[in-house]
Design a protein around this ligand. Structure first.
Ligand code: ARG
Length: 458
């Protein structure tokens, strides 16, 4: 029997029911639905819209449903249209007329908007915790490798020497910004739509501020049409989550490169790598690859939400029921990726010698060689040309800047002295870059401390 059978002359076609139902997706919001309904009932009772006894019965009934769902004695009916309809009918079974009074001064439109906001707010907290765990692992790894020299790249060409700590602390900064963005988004997620009704509020003397306070939301929506039909909070969250995935994907891509024989900068723990069904020698970075792949999925969810919303006239339209599938998938995917990536990184082994070896090739100290001349008075642009010629000479003679003799240096320019070799050593190149944000061990150590403090305060 349907809720609207008094209005309709025919029962719904089974195909309509299957198509229209969202319970397979929104059953996850049962706890939020209960929390929102209890706050609504409290307010209805306080305002004298329903009796205090009914409000009390509703609260107790909803809490008993929650308990029964959680201990497995109550199964959410997959034939229900959605979680909201299921809750109301289960509540009415338990407390009869009082249950039928819960929906006074409320519509499913403001109810679903509220539940989705409550769910998103909780989900953001969980994602933030998972990002914090990752940053902690990055910081711990970085602390062990402030002196581990590796090549820094631009265009994937060896550019200037840095350290492994400096390299991965770049990701710590990206993930810190992701947390800030998600926290910022909460301001716009925690806006109370309840009281908007179907679209034009209600004539009952409800108290929206009271509900807002009980739910711990930051503000009350100021337009009822907007309250029921805004989904930009979902889009903003999916966008922030896409950014997290973009960062995870870049990091994954680097790990994939580092694990290749071409680099061999990193070795994954056996517990976080996979083998091949045919090639006995293989050890594959499947986790990192899957994260890179799943990034597309989260971007897809963002595109789904943007496209779903772009042509919807005010206020609620059923199109919007599609929001949760995309949003939940984005949340699940990000949490799954974070909680797998973090232990993979934590258990990985850094092959320091290979990093240093790679850094000692590719004329990675050429800038420092030019700076040497510049510090002796030569204009930088002239020094740059001079070292360019020197690199070309080295390549023709199968030499590096370290293997040239002082005589060869002097042939290019008289300013070169014996101290050139010290000036272009990898350690000097790194240690001298003490500028804020630079790779010198003491600078990165200070940065690590700063990030630890920030993490503690978040
Ligand atoms: N399951 C619906 C959703 O997720 C609930 C709102 C239904 N409202 C309505 N007027 N049909 O959007």
């Amino acid at each position: 029997m349907s809720l609207w059978d008094a209005r309709f002359k025919k029962a719904a076609d089974q195909r309509l029911n299957d198509f229209n139902s969202s319970i397979s997706v929104d059953h996850r919001m049962y706890a939020q639905d209960i929390k929102g309904s209890i706050a609504h009932a409290h307010m209805l009772g306080k305002q004298g819209i329903i009796s205090m006894e009914d409000a009390q019965a509703i609260e107790e009934g909803l809490l008993s449903i929650k308990k029964d769902i959680e201990d497995g004695t109550l199964l959410i009916d997959p034939m229900a249209e959605d979680i909201h309809m299921f809750m109301e009918s289960e509540l009415t079974k338990r407390i009869h007329d009082a249950g039928k009074r819960l929906h006074t001064a409320r519509s499913r439109n403001d109810q679903v908007a509220l539940d989705t906001r409550l769910y998103t707010s909780d989900a953001i907290d969980e994602v933030i915790e998972n990002i914090k765990d990752l940053i902690q692992v990055i910081v711990d790894k970085a602390s062990e490798h402030t002196e581990t020299i590796m090549p820094g790249y631009t265009h994937l060409q060896r550019a200037q020497p840095i350290t492994f700590a400096h390299h991965i602390m770049a990701y710590a900064e990206m993930f810190l910004r992701d947390i800030e963005r998600l926290k910022e988004a909460k301001k716009r997620v925690e806006v109370l739509p309840l009281g908007s009704g179907a679209l034009a509020t209600t004539t009952y003397p409800i108290n929206r501020d009271m509900v807002c306070e009980e739910l711990g939301f930051q503000s009350v929506s100021m337009n009822s049409l907007d309250g029921v039909s805004d989904r930009d909070f979902c889009i903003e969250t999916a966008s922030d989550l896409s950014m997290v995935m973009m960062h995870l994907s870049r990091f994954s891509e680097e790990i994939i490169l580092w694990c290749s024989w071409e680099y061999k900068f990193m070795e994954l723990d056996d517990a976080f790598a996979t083998g091949s069904s045919i090639m006995p020698q293989k050890k594959n970075p499947d986790v990192a690859e899957l994260i890179r792949g799943k990034t597309g999925r989260v971007y897809g969810n963002l595109t789904t939400l943007l496209t779903m919303m772009k042509g919807i006239p005010l206020a609620y339209n059923k199109d919007m029921q599609e929001d949760k599938e995309a949003l939940f998938d984005a949340i699940d995917t990000v949490n799954l990726c974070l909680t797998t990536f973090t232990p993979m990184l934590e258990t990985s082994r850094i092959l320091k010698d290979n990093m240093r070896n790679a850094a000692s090739k590719g004329f990675i100290n050429a800038t420092d060689c030019a700076d040497y001349l510049t510090k002796k008075g030569m204009p930088f642009r002239d020094a740059y040309r001079c070292i360019g010629a020197l690199v070309s000479y080295c390549q023709d003679h199968n030499q590096t800047l370290e293997t040239l003799s002082l005589e060869e240096y002097k042939q290019v320019n008289e300013l070169f002295e014996e101290d050139i070799f010290e000036a272009i050593s990898l350690d000097t190149c790194v240690n001298m870059r003490v500028v804020k944000g630079g790779p010198a061990p003491q600078t990165v150590k200070a940065h690590i401390e700063q990030v630890k403090t920030k993490l503690g305060e978040m």
